[in-house]
Design a protein around this ligand. Sequence first.
Ligand code: NOJ
Length: 962
Amino acid sequence: MALHRPGKQRLTLFLATLVVAFCCLIVPAVSVKHESFKTCSQSGFCKRNRAYADDVTALGTSWKSPYELESSTIELKDGLLTGTVVKTTTLGEKVRLPLTVSFLESGLARVVLDEEKRVKGEIDLRHDSKIRKERYNEAEKWTIVGGLNLNRAAAFSSEPEAGFTKVQYGPENQYRALIRHAPFEVSFQRDGETHVKLNDRGFLNLEHWRPKVDAPEDETQPEDESTWWEETFGGNTDSKPRGPESVALDITFPGYEHVYGIPEHADSLSLRETRGGSGNHEDPYRLYNSDVFEYELNSPMTLYGAIPFMQAHRKNSSVGVFWLNAAETWVDIVKSKSTANPLSLGAAGKKTSQTHWFSEAGQLDVFVFLGPNPQTISKNYGELTGYTQLPQHFALGYHQCRWNYVTDEDVKDVDRKFDRYQIPYDVIWLDIEYTDGKKYFTWDPLTFPDPKGMQEQLDESERKLVIIIDPHLKNENGYPIIEELKSKDLAIKNKDKSIYDGWCWPGSSHWVDCFNPAAISWWQNLYKYDKFKGTFHNTFIWNDMNEPSVFNGPETTMPKDNIHYGDWEHRDVHLINGMTVVNATYRGLVERKKGEIQRPFILTRSFYAGTQRMGAMWTGDNQADWGHLAISMPMVLNQGISGFPFAGADVGGFFGNPDKDLLVRWYQTGIWYPFFRAHAHIDTRRREPYLVGDPYMQIISQAIRLRYQLLPAWYTAFHEASVNGSPIVRPQYYVHPEDEQGFALDDQFYLASTGLLAKPIVTKDQNSVSIYLSDDEKYYDYFDYTVYQGKGKSHTIDAPLEKTPVLMQGGHVIPRKDRPRRSSGLMKWDPYTLVVVLDKHGAAEGTLYVDDGETYDFEKGAFIHRRFRFTESTLSSEDIGTSGPKTGEYLKSMAGVRVERIVVVGAPLEWQQKSTVTVIEDGSKEATTAPLQFTAGLAGKAAYAIVKNPNVGIGKSWKIEF
Ligand code: NOJ
């Protein structure tokens, strides 16, 4: 056709084609399909609640919140306050909202507001719907595992004031909840200061049930009902059988400029304002687990998982809130100059973070944490939602994944190549192509004819296999799993209760409803070795697409009016859906064969508060570019702050092909992700580290070895997380809560309490990095002991491509294993190196946790927990564990594991004269000596000393005198 065009037109077309082609070349980055996901103004309840807030703000003091706590209904008994809040509607109708405020032993307070009519079932549903009439009240069942004991000592305060209820609670009854009756508002105080306020701005809005009344045509509606009933987006209509039912509340943190948490977003750690303005977002942070393809950076858009938990921080004080709601949620944040409030003394002159939370359905249920520091908040939050499970040791190693290793021979070949090039790894992964036609729990008979042989080869070097199992099940006749799903009635339903059918990898699919106890037991049984043939003790699971992702669903997920077990709407439970799949898988993996009990390993893409109890998460489909590398660290740090520290991002970037520099820098960053996995899209070129050629391969392999060398420290960090909820990698504010300059830093971080401070390079062509130090301790370069010191300043460190910038803070003892091996399993009996990094007073301290790394025997005392201390020229190892029935046996098995080397960094000059140290091990008859070698520090480097083979047991108590 073009041939017949007149010449000028042909030229224009040619030029246009050139321009398009050129543009394609210079703008290779792909970007999210905005039109597939709602903005706030396209989501009815988001729009209504923002408008409500705007109206209230515009009215200023002339506006009065219509929520009032009836004084006569208030009772406080055994730590539980009950009462009724009455909402007066614009038409003068009174809506009764039962209120409970639980004062918990942990010092937390929990405020729950429900709707009486719905509790009693006195409402009518539209469209003859058969769903539940109550507001969803089972989020707790999936999320909360403890910490709900009531503080029976909570009491009305002795200073009564008309119109207020004051309750003393918390540690030694030092906290105070100040409840104003009309309008209803609650302030939480610690040490006489207000730290958290609910409904301070009057945005509380619980949309009560009301019938749909069709007004006669000539009458206008008293309220704008345009978003109350059916809601259409992207061609899908949500039938909303209960009409508008959102819950919203403003939560203010007076004097707190920084707020963190509410993952998952590709954004900075310190959250931004969301009401527009320079550097701010226009939309609230959204929590609506979705398969957001090619996600955008520095954005409040929702991603795959959600944890509605926020920490607020200011100098020397942290507080927090946990908004327990499983429906779609948005959070607006603005920061204002603090008003002169006599009750917030320390806050004067600082900014106040004002947040506004709104969820589409469910009860209003919010926990208030009064800190006072980040550690206490992590602990309290973990008590409530559970701590990170202590994973199997292998899970801390390096994971090699791509979509896809295409045959079992391919897997074996990759495995051999890692050995040939001497690069350690622990786990190789199989993506969806291993299955027979995307039918999970099967193997493709042509490409994976011998899963057993493949896994036997991996097992020889103690390596593992992780295979993917998604919750969408192929709707194909004769596939036994789908037949069972249907016959046992275990699938998620349409609004008319027929089985929901949607489109995912296998084509037409149904989704298992893991809210259903019968579905849980069924799903769990599918993992038994005799059922899922071809899996063995070294096979573990990856649950992907569990938001759930539905290619033809609204916003790539399930219609909100779908129905789950218990007749709850999908709307009510959406955020929890992914976690229920992991829960069922977890149960399945605990015992796949009678008597064989090992800790499960599951990676999940979707998550909610509590998923940390069951596995690891990763940040989904990122891209092979520097921006995605840079954002990965704030995202991983934020997971830690939000109680789910076992987190990582796809090393190398999922979409696209990283150039070699980017790949190297990504590995140097990835070794600091608690979950360290490389992964790549099916359309990308192969990029296993041995393929990149020298020097890149050598540099990557050095980085991976650094991870392996530090595995004892990593495992100790995971143990800490599993008992006190602390992040595994910690941002500056968390470690130095007093240093305001560090509060927004999210590109450098500490590895747990080891004192290791890393700052990976995440920009192109950068050969040095500047690390900020909050304290006046000495910091030493990890590799050459160059000393950096100076509080409140940044220090420049050379970091050519081959260097991973990391410092050691003085005052720590870092446990390592220095012998390079093929996998972490092969390091089990290796000796330890202890790096003693002296502080400015010549002291240091550190801990080590060790167990079998596989079973639950640690619960019966089969572990080693030591504290190493260096003071007054003596290094000692002291037992800080508690013993149990299996302690003795375990210690016996570990008797041969010794310390082979001690490195003292910052060694005093007097040691120059010494050539030996004295070693005294508990239980030995005589003291022995070991050689000491001193090296003076030249040109800005610290002196160090090495004790060779002190030959003390890792599980023993001992002293070494220098
Ligand atoms: C989406 C996941 O995010 C990605 O990691 C995976 O490779 C594909 N699904 C295929 O299973």
